[in-house]
Design a protein around this ligand. Structure first.
Ligand code: G6P
Ligand code: ZN
Length: 544
């Protein structure tokens, strides 16, 4: 079968953001739009020619069409073999697992993560490298550069491919292997966690939990692992059937979007444990009875207790957290005598540290936690990690976290989001802060004294690459911090994120209401950023 050469012209704005190219479905549906981006991947990644490529997505609207386009183009561009999840489905961590297990030259992930799906909603595509992780900026920049000059792409003229049955077939000279999207991933989880201990906990009948798959990709994974292998009662996984529009919901596991689950953990009859994952299965939210574990605390707790699980019993090498994530993990690292890294927002920045063996665990405030087992954050992994801890410690979630605070002190933490604000206003706010930076150190703001103020820049300790302008950090002498950053994942307008934290060593003050405890710092942030004047918003849209 001869490749067809299709003439095309560049589209503006195909620059991948924090996590790949994300646009409205309608944008992707323009003739040649997806094809151009995919061709830019093949043109800039020569190792794919003659190599193996994993492909799959979170099943959102347009996933099926996109997979067909990508497979035909892969065959036309000389890929030797593609590994595709049945139905075109792979969770993001499962793609990473498959790339690593089968040593493929890379993978293409179709997802817009936690953004809503459907004909009028979002779609996304990203390239993962041979280490299983999101391509580094050098690669995404090269892909973008290529999209600006492209004048043709290669494809094959074939009927619709059947991807709904396991097995393999030839597409031109390329072998397409359609595989169960769950089994390799489930085997990896079983190698890391004490499935017997978790099984016994479910068998006792005393432990009640729900996992909310939010009608997204983790449904089949969670049913297979929690209900089928670990013996959790049927129905433990709620919203388990993946839907192309996620049932009209917003598949983002946080207090605002997983309210149904949150409600089940509340009250005197609340569940012992609640957990949720997002559209593509890489995020997680952890809840105990009447208790929300912030992602920042979750990372710190997992690090401090990792030795209780089979996969991490020999200890951890180091920890990394994204810059806006609270410093709770730093305290654990310090006590354990291991390195702690502060990276820019975006999972890709952990890749080099993981590959170099400098860190074992990493996490972000944006509900992402993971380890060196794959090169993506991993929602179900975090849930299984927590289940393993609960089974070993025989304590409630709240008790485990309270113990942690007693031992390390508590980093009170909150994030305020101002969504869909005017781009110029949001950029104006950031510019205004940048101008203020030099004069802030030493200044008294409310009851706090500024110790440093900068626009965060990161030099990768492994390859020396520099990423600048990653968010405004204002650190106070007390250890408190305010961070201002514009979201890199939105598809409309701008989202201003304000991240706030302060350190409380005194255990008698560990159980205050977070917003109340943080009110003075919140006020400082509002005034310093002139948030209301510049965004026109007096209150944040989402508080987590
Ligand atoms: C994606 C990335 C995360 C990152 C998050 C930040 O989910 O995979 O690594 O933390 O985006 O999103 P934001 O909207 O704050 O740029
Ligand atoms: Zn995601």
């Amino acid at each position: 079968m001869e490749p067809q050469i299709i003439a095309t012209t560049p589209f503006d704005g195909q620059r991948p953001g924090t996590s790949g190219l994300r646009k409205k479905v309608k944008v992707f549906q323009q003739p040649h739009y997806l094809e151009n981006f995919v061709q830019a991947i093949f043109d800039t990644q020569p190792e794919l020619n003659g190599g193996v490529l994993a492909v799959g997505g979170d099943g959102r609207f347009y996933n099926r069409e996109a997979i067909q386009v990508i497979l035909r183009m892969a065959a036309a561009n000389g890929v030797r073999k593609t590994l595709v999840g049945r139905g075109g489905i792979f969770s993001t961590p499962a793609v990473s697992c498959v790339i690593r297990k089968y040593k493929t030259q890379g993978g293409i992930v179709l997802s817009a993560s936690h953004n809503p799906g459907g004909p009028d909603e979002d779609f996304g595509i990203k390239f993962n490298s041979a280490n299983g992780g999101p391509a580094p900026e050098s690669v995404t920049n090269a892909i973008f550069e290529r999209t600006c000059t492209l004048d043709r792409y290669l494809t094959l003229d074939t009927p619709v491919l059947d991807l709904d049955h396991d097995g393999s077939f030839m597409l031109g000279a390329m072998e397409v292997v359609v595989m169960d999207p769950v089994s390799d991933y489930a085997a990896l989880m079983e190698s890391l966690f004490d499935f017997n201990a978790i099984h016994q906990m479910f068998n006792s009948g005393l432990f009640r939990m729900r996992f909310d798959a939010m009608h997204a990709v983790t449904g089949p994974y969670a049913v297979a692992i929690l209900e089928k292998r670990l013996g959790a009662p049927p129905g433990t996984v709620m919203n388990a059937i993946p839907l192309e529009d996620f049932g009209g919901g917003h598949p983002d596991p946080n207090l605002a979007h997983a309210q149904e689950l949150v409600a089940l953990t509340e009250g005197s009859d609340g569940l012992d444990f609640g957990a949720a994952s997002d559209g593509d299965g890489d995020r997680n939210m952890i809840l105990g009875k009447n208790f929300f574990v912030t992602p920042s605390d979750s990372l710190a707790v997992l690090a401090a207790n990792a030795h209780l699980t089979p996969g991490y019993k020999t200890g951890i090498r180091g920890i990394a957290r994204s810059m806006p994530t609270s410093q709770a993990a730093d305290r654990v690292a310090e006590q354990m005598g291991v390195e702690c890294f502060e990276t820019p927002t975006g999972w890709k920045f952990f890749g080099n540290l993981l590959d170099a063996g400098r860190i074992t665990l990493c996490g972000e405030e944006s509900f992402g936690t993971g380890s060196d087992h794959v090169r993506e954050k991993d929602g179900l992994w975090a849930v299984l990690f927590w289940l393993n801890l609960l089974a070993m410690r025989q304590q409630s979630v709240a008790d485990i976290v309270s113990d942690h605070w007693r031992r390390f002190g508590r980093n009170y933490y909150t994030r305020h989001d101002y969504e869909g604000v005017d781009l110029a206003g949001a950029e104006g706010l950031m510019d205004h802060l940048r101008i203020l930076l030099p004069e802030l150190p030493g200044r008294q703001l409310g009851d706090q004294t500024v110790s440093y103020a900068d626009d965060f820049a990161y030099t990768d300790p492994i390859d020396g690459s520099v990423s600048s302008k990653q968010g405004i950090r204002i650190g106070f002498e007390s250890g408190a911090r305010i961070v201002f950053r514009l979201s890199g994942t939105g598809t409309e307008g701008a989202t201003l994120r304000v991240y706030l934290e302060f350190y409380e060593p005194d255990p008698t003050r560990h159980h205050r209401d977070t917003q109340e405890a943080m009110a003075p710092l919140i006020l400082i942030a509002r005034e310093l950023g002139q948030i209301e004047t510049r965004t026109g918003r007096s209150e944040p849209d989402v508080v987590t």
